[in-house]
Design a protein around this ligand. Sequence first.
Ligand code: FAD
Length: 283
Amino acid sequence: MNAANAQGTGFPVSFEFFPPKTPEGADKLRVARRQLYALHPDFCSVTYGAGGSTQEGTFGTVREILSEGVGAASHFSCIGATRQSVREQLATLKAMGVKRLVALRGDLPSGYGAGGEFQYASDLVAFIRAETGRDFHIEVAAYPEVHPQAKSPEADLQAYVTKVRAGADSAITQYFYNGDAYFRFVEDALQLGADVPVVPGIMPISSSTQLMRFSDACGAEIPRWIRLRLQAFGDDTASIKAFGLDVVTDLCDQLRSAGVPALHFYTMNQSAATLEICRRLGI
Ligand code: FAD
């Protein structure tokens, strides 16, 4: 926890970014980060391999965040990786001063054979612990609305519990707009002995088409009433943004009132919506 939060002046928040692909994107992200740092995040995380990004892109952005005096978490996906390649990347991250990882299986681009020496994120978590002891705080992904490739909800919950038993310190969820799914997930995981903090992942709503596209791909459900309202706004982006701010602020408020440990925002490298939601929450 950073100094501001330790003094009790704010609710713990963290932010996710993706590595920008162009120099203009990198400049825009620097501006967004500077604005978001005003909220004293516990850490900022950087995705890995998502959307075709490279390891250099992730590590470069993580390096910049660290040099700005903010804690950085590097996402780390193991699909297609070998033990040796993971070992080398862990050594690089350690030398960079990274203390927190988001350990993931990751997704392969379609048409790409599986390969690699790790099958599931739990294998990666166990390997990181065995190789590096307590050097890293390990986050894992959690899916309150069930991972799209899971054999069943029970199997997915069990897969989550296996990641915790393998050594995860905490979890960040896929985004959701139905708080009950999160509360049920946390309760069920606790029953199975997985008692690490589960931080809700929050996706601000700024664009209707983007949200529909992402949600279809990652299995996050957009409740019917939200989908219909967004569709009815058509190209009226101002109304979509205003509606999105109301909906997501209410969700965060509900989660915070219920005692969630923190909120993790999927910023999409934008600051405006996250800043406004946090302003409304008094964070
Ligand atoms: P796992 O926990 O390994 O689960 C994958 C699937 O396998 C699930 O269906 C699970 O039920 C099943 N499973 C797990 N263990 C077993 C077992 N022992 N037996 C049978 N089935 C099992 N993707 C990226 O590419 N880059 C990122 O930076 C990135 N960041 C993310 C951050 C967060 C917070 C979240 C929630 C997701 C992120 N993703 C990212 C997406 C993620 O990589 C995909 O959802 C991926 O498909 C699953 O990764 P995982 O780590 O959850 O996998």
